[in-house]
Design a protein around this ligand. Structure first.
Ligand SMILES: [Zn+2]
Length: 232
């Protein structure tokens, strides 16, 4: 989130900061709440992840523990599903929800789910874009080049595109997770509502990321507009 001296649209960056902060707080609070509630089945997140993978006929994905809090993820290149200690060893509603969500990503990979492949394909471009967009805009200001500024905005669009493709990937993984947990009897009754809330809170952080980037895009365009007018 670049700072520009005397930027009259800086308030957009502040709004974005508040949105992402609220989404993070919401996910932490929801996770903490359902981390305390044990499930009837009493299985750990690690056990459930392995069982769900096997139920789907996936035997080449390794489930292992990672020491990072909230560091749960599925690594498609290594075919490893890494779960944080509280998810891997936990028997809570939150633990099972998160574990099943990551299994959802492993199933997407296994089935060749198109948005997941699309996201992996645009990732290298996004990586370049995220490193270049700020230097390009800064250079645009230094050399008084509106073209460089627009090039920077174009690089920023790659980040937004990636975040947009991430939405269906995340929503779909959660949908799969809830169906698997309910279908397999891993969660029953009220437990399902809890897992749904945990996964919805997590999904909201991805929606928030898109909203924040949209605000940043408006800000960059507005700054470029001001800059262009000043040059005429
Ligand atoms: Zn996910």
């Amino acid at each position: 989130m670049p700072l520009f001296f005397g930027d009259p649209y800086f308030f957009l960056a502040i709004i974005g900061l508040i949105i992402s902060l609220l989404a993070q707080l919401n996910v932490s609070a929801t996770f903490a709440r359902y981390k305390r509630l044990a499930t009837y089945a009493g299985l750990t997140g690690g056990e459930v992840a392995r069982r769900l993978l096997h139920e789907k006929g996936i035997y080449d994905v390794v489930v292992e523990e990672t020491p990072f809090h909230l560091g749960d993820h599925y690594d498609p290149s290594a075919k490893v599903l890494r779960l944080s200690p509280e998810v891997y060893r936990g028997t809570s509603i939150a633990a099972l929800g998160v574990a099943a969500h990551e299994v959802g990503h492993a199933i997407q990979h296994h089935e060749g789910y198109v948005p997941l492949n699309l996201r992996a394909a645009v990732y290298p471009i996004v990586n370049i874009g995220s490193h270049l967009y700020f230097p390009l805009i800064l250079l645009g200001f230094i050399f008084r080049s509106l073209n460089l500024i627009y090039l920077g905005i174009f690089a920023f669009l790659a980040i937004l595109l990636f975040q947009l493709i991430t939405l269906p990937v995340e929503f779909n993984a959660s949908r799969r997770a809830l169906a698997l947990l309910e279908g397999g009897g891993y969660l029953v009754g009220e437990e399902m509502a809890g897992a749904r809330r945990v996964l919805q809170a997590a999904a909201l952080t991805y929606v928030a990321a898109v909203a924040v980037s949209m605000l940043e895009l408006f800000r960059l365009l507005a700054i470029a507009g001001l800059f262009g007018r000043r040059d005429d």
